[in-house]
Design a protein. Sequence first.
Length: 325
Amino acid sequence: MIVKWLKQSNSEEYDISDFVSTITWSGSVGQASRQLEITVIYSPIEKNIQEINISIGDRLKLLTDGGALLIDTMVYSRERKSEQGTVQYSSYDDLNRLLKSSGTYIFKNTTPEAIVRTVCNDLQVGIGRLVETKVPVKKMLVDSENIYNIIMKAYTKAYQSTGKKYMPLMIGRKLNVIEKGDIVTGFLLQDDYNITSSSYSESLDSMINKVRIYNDKGNQIGEVKTDEWINKYGIFQGAYTKEDGVNQTTAAKNMLTGINQEASIEALGNTACISGYGVQIRDSLTGLWGKFWIDTDTHTWQNGVYTMSLDLTFKNLMDIQEVEA
């Protein structure tokens, strides 16, 4: 892997791959922003070791050996450990600025795509490809809210209308919003080939098997349910209030949630396996067989070995934000 350091003071870029002992590249659906951590060899006593003094605000890039960019980040923290002779740098892509910024807006007669353009322009964050939902947002008021949450509220409205799931993703320094859940092509996780360990669990904690639909006056106007789940586990009820421009039945059905199934995999690494994407698995030890979605991923390069740790879900889930009717 190639690690490059862009020094803000002189805008010069340096290849520091030879001085990096450990690389950790990670992300999760809930965290949104992806992170890059590197450990750099440091020894003020040993004159043969070149000093790499990366400052807060400098940028770090991680590229494949073929030169494909995986992440472009800004350094947020550094920690020097004298007993180990190393400095650890933690950096995040520019989606982190959306997570750490807030704003107040009144959106009327617009679309999720237009809302993204407005908030990104205010923060001078570049915009890449935004999936065109064309879902009308009649009115959305936000008061001192997190910018990332504003974006996800807008796309939650789209999800409630279309049933499609959406995910923001930084490509380079540009924010993209894509349909969530594409499967990593041409790749299979298999217990007798690239899986080193695995685990599997089930839980009833998130069950919703009946949703009552209400109008803005609090009167029930509809209902969706899953009789099979109700007969087996009893009623776990949710409520949905009808919104303008949103299909009430689709929105209520999207709230139905069955048994929560989770799995984790340790395996040889593949850079295409990142949060929000799906993978094919054949693991006879846990019985994991079929298509799963990555909720959290951690990729590590150390001592010439590339491994990854994946937390998986059995459903393609979106980061849903509560939206007022």
